[in-house]
Design a protein around this ligand. Sequence first.
Ligand SMILES: Cc1cc2nc3c(=O)[nH]c(=O)nc-3n(C[C@H](O)[C@H](O)[C@H](O)COP(=O)(O)O)c2cc1C
Length: 219
Amino acid sequence: MSNQDEAQGALAPWREPLARALHRNRALANSRYFQLATVRPDGRPANRTVVFRGFRDGSDALILISDRRSQKNQQIQRNAWSEICWYFPKTREQFRISGKLHAVEETTDSAVTQALRMQIWTAISHKAQEQFGWPMPGGIRTDDGEKESSSETSFSTGPSSASCASLPIAEPQQPAPHFSVILITPYRVDHLKLRGEPQNRYRYDLDEKQQWRQISLNP
Ligand SMILES: Cc1cc2nc3c(=O)[nH]c(=O)nc-3n(C[C@H](O)[C@H](O)[C@H](O)COP(=O)(O)O)c2cc1C
């Protein structure tokens, strides 16, 4: 077995503290959201909130969904580097995960990743599916504007009301053309625990042999 296989077989050491944080903060719906930073073509940062959709089976890659027409998908094509920032209010810990992004879009030529795209599409709610029939994200709005009706975001897994004219999803069993899955493959994780005297901070780095190394840092 190669080191890479071993690295893929065993979960990365930061997965256990992250799983614990997710579990202990599970009552807070927003503990499933994190901020995803990417790099714009002019070198400036871009940042937005996204929903964590779980880990890819047998790997440490995090999953999120996105519209392939969005800025983030365009940015990834030029520069795959990203960092996510994830704060868990109840346990007062922050995970900053740096890694490379890979967008699985309708045209991505891999049966394996297309199967994943299909799997995630069928797992999301109908309301979440519908937003992939919305007009161009970030384009100038031409309908009559906002219709507030729910505290849920259409990105959440819970029930919600769309507030933007949707095109009907032609085949709910088939991913909409604009539906994409983004995979984040982590290379570095910085875990800060505010609780404790003194606070604790750990850094995990994936080395050139695909082994994770853990060090303790000053907070
Ligand atoms: C709570 C919350 C959850 C969100 N979840 C997602 C998500 O999972 N995927 C996504 O593409 N955008 C999500 N969004 C919208 C993004 O923050 C962002 O506005 C959108 O993706 C367009 O960003 P971009 O043009 O930089 O790609 C969410 C927004 C909020 C407030």
